[in-house]
Write a protein that binds this ligand. Structure first.
Ligand code: DOR
Length: 436
């Protein structure tokens, strides 16, 4: 395999420059002025060549709920959205709480996942030995507050036990379970979905994040705060400091762009997720956190549920929304509207997650790195949903919005995986690896 993009705008770690980029045998082999045999020449004029997006938080529902999504459909949605690597969460059924379950997910992904894959092991009150021994996981996930599925660790002694043993990164869903239970009782009887944001309030998130930060400090343990949703948590990380990179965090496009309570009037329970969508003030503070470096990266928390399930009304409707197919376009559109630069979007969605999870060989246009690439037309305007959806769940919270800036081709390991609105057959991702 040998080919060269000619005349593209290259999103390098140092900024966007015009130039050529050659790929040989699945790796980036030359950048800038390409000398020697270019192989097949691909005209990239007017297009941006960027590293494929790394989405560090997705739920692909396999095994157990494959009517919502599976590793194949979820990863097809990935490449359609310019996402070439994903890290998948353990709240499947059964949950991924052992080395054996991680191995099973890898077997399922091999030869089916269209993007590169990594898997979290889920913490329970009594699987700490598995957590310590599980070298094949990208990290340990703790649900400090309950969400979709049965995973939950909310007892202080259990949390101490998990934080004190081993060295692997711990990623937390930070909402305080006791407060969630108490407020659910307090708001019992309310059936409008707006109550979701009131029950799972900013204080519940801050309480859990504060505890997680304390535990990280106490045990000198790497901590990643998943889907940070409040300005208060961002302030906490500024005040306490992030321990020279020991603590990292992410935000989601939906927490940046969609606000409660008004979003519930528009899309009802489709807007229901955990932690919930919040006010514009919180979103603005999360944006500031991205700009001042408090926030390390962007994830989607792609959490597909069928429209039928979501349409059941507040109470029975499950929490979560899909995202891998639209995240890059949503963020590029935000750049187009002046909320950030295109360089910011690339950094937050590629090099950012690479750094947090120490992923080897991905996330940068650099000689020797894997040729996982998103080719982007920054001028292309398209309505979300107009081309249909690759996610089995078949919807998006951004449905109907016109976004400017879309991936038009995606390469995984140098192979064309998505082009002209189609996911191509026969191209698969591989297992991600992590530096210690
Ligand atoms: O809204 C959510 N949905 N938040 C989570 O933490 C889990 C996710 C899911 O798996 O559905």
């Amino acid at each position: 395999m040998r080919f060269t993009f000619r005349g593209g705008r290259l999103a390098l770690p140092t900024g966007i420059v015009d130039g050529d980029l050659r790929v040989v045998d699945g790796r980036i082999d030359a950048i800038g002025v390409v000398e020697g045999d270019p192989g097949e020449e691909i005209d990239a004029k007017g297009l941006m060549v960027m590293p494929g997006v790394i989405d560090p938080q997705v739920h692909f529902r396999e095994p157990g709920a494959t009517h919502k999504e599976d590793l194949e459909t979820g990863s097809r949605a990935c490449v359609a959205g310019g996402v070439t690597s994903f890290l998948e969460m353990p709240n499947t059924s059964p949950p991924t709480t052992s080395r054996e379950a991680i191995a099973d997910k890898k077997t399922r992904a091999s030869g089916r996942a269209r993007a590169n894959y990594g898997f979290f092991i889920g913490a329970t009150p009594d699987n700490v030995d598995e957590l310590v021994a599980c070298d094949g996981a990208c990290g340990i996930k703790i649900f400090m507050g309950s969400s979709t599925g049965s995973l939950l660790v909310n007892d202080r002694a259990d949390l101490d036990n998990i934080f004190s043993k081993g060295r692997r990164l711990i990623a937390v869903h930070a909402e305080d379970e006791a407060r969630l239970i108490e407020r659910k009782k307090q708001f019992a009887g309310r059936t409008d979905p707006k109550v979701h944001t009131e029950i799972r309030d900013a204080k519940a998130a801050l309480m859990a994040t504060t505890l997680a930060v304390e535990l990280s400090e106490k045990y000198d343990r790497r901590l990643h705060v998943l889907h940070m949703s409040t300005g208060d948590e961002a302030d906490l990380l500024v005040e306490r400091g992030k321990g020279d990179g020991r603590i990292t965090c992410e935000v989601l496009p939906q927490h940046l762009m969609l606000n409660a309570p008004e979003i519930y009037d528009r899309i009802g329970t489709r807007a229901q997720m955990n932690p919930p969508l919040r006010t514009k003030e919180h979103s603005e503070r999360l944006w500031r956190g991205l700009h001042d470096g408090t926030v390390d990266c962007i994830a989607t928390d792609h959490a597909p549920h069928t429209l039928e399930e979501k349409g059941q009304g507040y109470g029975p409707a499950p929490s979560g929304m899909p995202g891998v197919e639209t995240s890059l376009a949503v963020m590029l559109d935000a750049a187009h509207r002046g909320l950030c630069s295109v360089e910011d979007v690339v950094r937050w969605m590629t090099d950012g997650p690479r750094r947090v999870y120490r992923i080897v060989g991905k996330g940068r246009l650099e000689v020797g790195f894997d040729a996982d690439l998103a080719i982007v037309d920054l001028g292309r305007s398209e309505k979300v949903g107009a081309r249909g959806y690759f996610t089995k769940s078949g919807w998006s919270p951004f449905d109907g919005m016109t976004l400017k800036g879309w991936p038009v081709r995606t390469y995984v390991g140098g192979h064309l995986a998505f082009a002209d609105g189609e996911v191509l057959d026969g191209v698969f991702g591989g297992e991600l690896t992590y530096a210690q």
